[in-house]
Design a protein around this ligand. Sequence first.
Ligand SMILES: Cc1ncc(COP(=O)(O)O)c(C=O)c1O
Length: 427
Amino acid sequence: MPQQEDPGADPHGQRDEAEQRQPGSRDSQDRGPDDGTEPEHEDRCCDLALSDSGVPLDGGGDQLAAEGDETVDVGAGKGPDSKEGGIEGGRSDDGTVAPPATVQAMAAAARSRAPDDDQLLRAAEIIAAVLPPSPLVEASVSGRRLWLKLESLQPTGSFKVRGALAALAAAAAEDPATEIVACSAGNHGLGVAFAAARLGTRATVVVPMTASPAKLARLREFDVELQLVGAGYEQAETHAQVLAEQRGARFVSPYDDDWVIAGQATMAAEVLVQRPSAARLIVGVGGGGLAAGSILATRGSEVIVHGVQLEQNAAFAAALAGRQIDPAALGSTIADGIAGGIDASSITLQILRSARFELSLVSEAATRTALAACAHDAGLVIEGSAAAALAAALERPGSEEGETVVAISGRNIATELLGELLGTQTL
Ligand SMILES: Cc1ncc(COP(=O)(O)O)c(C=O)c1O
């Protein structure tokens, strides 16, 4: 049974820099500075500029629209392919229009299942053909010796490229003409964009209007269609699911997807080979794809998979305990990749409920300190979601636990925020 701590009720409510992301934007972390790269694809955007929790964001809104962007209003009663844009519903097999909730449920259910052993093996082959194993290095951070699995060195700056590669390659193997639709402005979006470019797959990434211009600029480096859809992650995701249904495309969830989970599993599989003596693998938990993959990859080993959430963003922890947290009640954090809500029907919850899985919560303050300590002590730039996992490792008792591996799951942090954290944290 999963071991859970109380999710905690008091959001820190810290919102002290423009680049700090909002709750609900699980996969909405920032990139480096806007490099002014011109898009090679058609962008569409809408005029809603709210965060995933419905809160207006700095740097969002119409600042995101590049010259030539099409503005799409996704207000009620408008479908993605209608002349007016927006979402009404999608066509089912018999050509009828289904309401958004039905389409959403259909799309979500389509691949919401645990990968089987063949898929885990196939994902390992797919990823090994494209990506070398990420380094596992021993480091001393805040006086604690740890093993750091450097997913931050992946070409897109995070582990998310693994799941995207597995999902897109599997889809292409089934039908080379398969079109992909994903929803993300962060690490999953970049992973899908990278995989699509690599495999020659046509992909559309739906980006919430909450994305920062810097993040969007990074996505524009890839030849994918971008659609900017407002009012937060949930609305953008619904739009993406309806769009996929209408186009007959494959919707690739950032976590609730068998191939994505199989892809994420390859990180822990590498750890088992690189460090067979590892006792504990600590990973940040957003939708739970990385944790679920890690559980599946480490079955039969002694490794304990240990998930981490922020105290003020413990939606997954609550969902494991059968409770739902109102996305509006989630706090603001630098760990944007693990800040969002979770669909109660996600297969990741089932996988983690049925496995030996531990989950702990860390504070925003400890996460910020860990991020700065990692830069100072190990010379590594990491993003907030990776820092949360590191913070949990630093809070654990010492060496009697055996070797602890921390998933340094990403490096994608806005330079302004990084600078501020390095300048203000007392180590
Ligand atoms: C850097 C980083 N770490 C951890 C996670 C959590 O991954 P998952 O959603 O699979 O739990 C994310 C999710 O976006 C992420 O971007």
